[in-house]
Design a protein around this ligand. Structure first.
Ligand SMILES: *Cc1c(COP(=O)(O)O)cnc(C)c1O
Length: 446
């Protein structure tokens, strides 16, 4: 007994030292609970996800009108789920030798309309929710049953031109809020960290969005933006560090994925486990998706987050129990990574405690692997995803190369079912990356 507790303490210390030294780690979340227990303790429920989905449906005629790329999906912002046998074979080849058993799929949020990343879920949802509130209160809409296309009428546009939407972003959240906000007619301001990609700033400016740049990191951009917005009664701030609305927008993905799994006859049960790997920044996107998946698919879905070794903020918050009260800079990490969507030093205040009963673990990945994985995917499937997205590929790769992961599989009675497993790599972004930058990235070696 004593020996056991000593060794777990030692283990924790080794883990912490590895995190500090930017060594790749695999951490299993021992606080995960069986689904029923986790759900009972949760302040948000399935009905919150259902009502978020209903709101998106109310907006779909408007979305379809304003964003013609969504005509095909009737104004629903959704992405394909595709099998990736070529990538599986490439990863299982001699060089990486991933040994992936079962099937490998990609959830292509990189192809999501409007914003080209997972932020098209949470970010656009929050903008729409705020818009609905204002529209109904101001009389632009008579009720929740009214024709939402009225938002784009001259009267609607004139009203929203008097309102502001702001956010702080490393890039992709800014794109989704900026593009959606500007399309509705808001005065839209995006506060960006210095490391945000130039093409993202350029794209936003071309849509009439005001981009404010900061020398410091993302946390600083958010703090400045939040303060500026809070001082203005006509301004609304989309707060990636503390938003239940963003979270619910992401969670809707799970309800839609369940339908896609059924359509593609992908079985999920005790003997057919589903593994989902999601890149993690502040934790909102992976947290929301995971929360939804556990609600809709139960105990047989296993969710892992993937973070860069230089910015493992969610892992650090979990391991120390300090959540958003500790930053990666506090332990001497830079927070800098080519995975710009994950380049955050501090997790969301909303996520930590809330998501702990629902997800399985976190693994970290070095930047140099991201570009390798990018090329593997490109060469095998002709699919391009951005560096942040590529982090997720590390999930199925590390499965068979880590004692933590094999213990986890064994302890959860999964080892014997791995031949039946389905692995989903959540490809969180990429389609908006300009061609020249795409070419540069595909050749990059770090
Ligand atoms: C934002 C983002 C993530 C992670 O989302 P968080 O809510 O910050 O955890 C992952 N991938 C991409 C491409 C992103 O833009």
């Amino acid at each position: 007994m004593e020996l056991d507790s000593l060794s777990s303490l030692e283990k924790r210390e080794i883990l912490f030292t590895d995190i500090k030294n930017a060594i790749e780690v695999q951490w299993i979340n021992m606080s995960k609970l069986p689904n029923d227990d986790a759900i009972i303790r949760s302040s948000l429920t399935m009905s919150d996800i259902d009502s978020a989905e209903a709101r998106l449906r109310r907006f779909s005629p408007f979305i379809k009108m304003v964003f013609p790329e969504t005509v095909e999906t009737n104004g629903i912002i959704e992405s394909p789920l595709v099998e990736a046998p070529g990538l599986r074979a490439a990863l299982n080849g001699v060089k990486i030798d991933a040994g992936i058993a079962g099937k490998l799929y990609l959830k292509l949020d990189s192809e999501l309309p409007i914003a080209g990343s997972v932020k098209a879920r949470g970010g656009i949802y929050e903008v729409l929710k705020h818009t609905e509130e204002l529209a109904v209160k101001s009389g632009v809409l008579d009720s929740y049953e009214d024709d939402y296309c009225k938002i784009a009428s001259p009267a609607g546009k004139a009203f929203f031109a008097t309102k502001k939407i702001q956010t702080g972003s490393t890039g992709n959240l800014g794109l989704s809020i900026g593009i959606a906000g500007a399309a509705i007619g808001y005065e839209t301001i995006v506060h960006m960290s210095s490391d945000a990609a130039q093409w993202k700033k350029d794209l936003l400016r071309s849509k009439g969005v005001r981009v404010v740049e900061y020398d410091g990191d993302y946390t600083q951009a958010v703090a400045k933006g939040r303060a500026e917005s809070d001082a203005d009664p006509d301004s609304y701030f989309v707060d990636d560090e503390n938003s239940a609305d963003l979270f619910l927008g992401y969670a809707v993905a799970a309800k839609r994925l369940k339908k896609q799994l059924r359509q593609q006859k992908i079985q999920v049960d005790e003997k057919h486990p589903l593994f989902v790997y999601i890149p993690c920044g502040v934790g909102g996107a992976p947290g929301g998706i995971t929360f939804g998946l556990r609600q809709f698919l139960g105990n047989d879905v296993h969710c892992f987050f993937v973070e860069p070794t230089q910015a493992p903020c969610t892992l650090l918050g979990m391991v120390t129990g300090l959540y958003n009260n500790i930053s990666v800079q506090d332990i001497g990490l830079s927070g800098k990574t080519y995975a710009d969507g994950l380049a955050v030093g501090r997790p969301s205040a909303f996520i930590g405690d809330f998501i702990k009963p629902f997800f399985d673990g976190i693994v970290t990945v070095k930047d140099k692997r991201l570009f390798e994985y990018m090329r593997y995917l490109w060469n095998s499937e002709k699919i391009f995803i951005e560096p942040s997205s590529c982090a997720a590929i590390h999930g199925p790769v590390i499965m068979n190369h880590s004692s933590e992961m094999s213990d986890y599989l064994f302890d959860n009675n999964l080892t014997r079912y791995m031949e039946n497993a389905v692995h989903i790599i959540w490809a969180t972004g990429g389609s908006l990356v300009p061609d020249e930058i795409r070419k540069e990235m595909l050749e990059k070696r770090v």
